[in-house]
Design a protein around this ligand. Sequence first.
Ligand code: SF4
Ligand code: SF4
Length: 477
Amino acid sequence: MKLRTGIHRRFTDPSGNAFVYVAASAAIMAVDPLSDELVMAFDGEGRESDAVITGHSDAEGAASALKDLIDLGIIRPADEPNPPRAPMPPMPFPLATLVLNVTNKCNLSCTYCYEYGEDRLSEPAPGAKSKRPMMLEETARQSIDFLFKSCGERPVVTITFFGGETLLNFGTIMAAVEYAEVEAAKLQKRAHFALTTNATLLTDEVIRFLVAHRFGVTISIDGDQKEQDRHRRYKSGKGSFAEIVPRIRTLLKTNRANRGRPIGARVTLTQEASSVMDTYRFLTEDLGFDEVGFAPVTAAKKRDYALDGSAYDRMLAEFASLSDDFVAAALADRPHGFANLNDLLRELHQGIQKAHPCGAGLGLLGVSTEGKLGLCHRFVESESHEVGNVRDGVNEPVRQAFLKRGHVDAKTDCRQCFARPLCAGGCYHEAHVRFGDATHANLHACEWIRGWTDLGLSAYARIQASRPDFFARYETS
Ligand code: SF4
Ligand code: SF4
């Protein structure tokens, strides 16, 4: 019978031990040298199994190893269609997270912002009524009622506050938290809170409130003064660095003293950004952030800050250095705050097999200032991506039609890709900005996505070789 390997990625640890990451099951499997030989023999177009086995010096061992590889789905009949991979999740899908865009205004004017920059999703039609700038407390309460009604049996839900600059509407945030805590107690559920901010409005009162309610706080910051002030500026052109640094230090100190949840920095990487390692060191060692996540800027190709191929290559090399740093820390049992790698290792270890790239439209929805539901926080101002409103609930036919189009099996370009269990075609918003279609695969970034997945696999193998107990942390959450 003609056999060939299914879609997979082979990689090795520092001692040369081989592993395969199998796309059909999203499993990482260690393979012994004989199995490894067979994986390589059946790669590509495939071979007749008899020819490989009977010609082998250990024919009996090879036959047994081949049987195991077939049972594990690593090697398969060459003419067999690929097995169904990620089934459509059951609908209506229970909500886990609601992102409340409490304002669409901002006190900064960051050049690359998707909300205010040149790539914003929607401009009001000429003569149309402009959108409400601030979410009313009543709308926030209706949103929370909607979340509790739509979360099924989940014992914990997350309410995330977003903007514009989120803290411009602190009044609504306080009212929402108070209401959510009371409602959660009545229902014997728990509400977690999270917030993203540019840190310019972090007063002592705000800090005390965030720490008291155990918020997961993410600060949008691009690095040291030069990095931060390049794009993250006030409308006057003045940089924001000097303003935010003392506020961030107070937040981190107060949070640590109260054993709050980890506080993260979120860095937007543009064409001109400096070294990822320098930025990571500055944010963790000089400022004291617990973790740092890096995200390539979302921008149409023509923007001068948009990443081109060489910038993606450079970013990958820099992510490789920071991954080495992470692995060294893991082997020495020291914490490390490279959030991207931590998230990737968790997904690899848990064998995540995504039908859709992220929770948008599934367990996560965004709410506009007026109470309209969007796929996520980035789509709330886009009428063409509206999926209902918090008063009447989700428009299930619209939501499900989108999820059908956004399913990874609908993306023919992704069929042969080993990274599809984790990528599933990539961010809908990025796709919308690049291709004008949220369900298009992120084809402009495939090399970057596959390169990054390779870095994750390499880190996984290196840690697994010396400290397999490291992964226990991913088994409970
Ligand atoms: S978008 Fe690219 S990297 Fe992602 S699954 Fe599709 S082909 Fe693979
Ligand atoms: S669509 Fe993109 S921005 Fe929205 S939740 Fe998914 S990954 Fe994030």
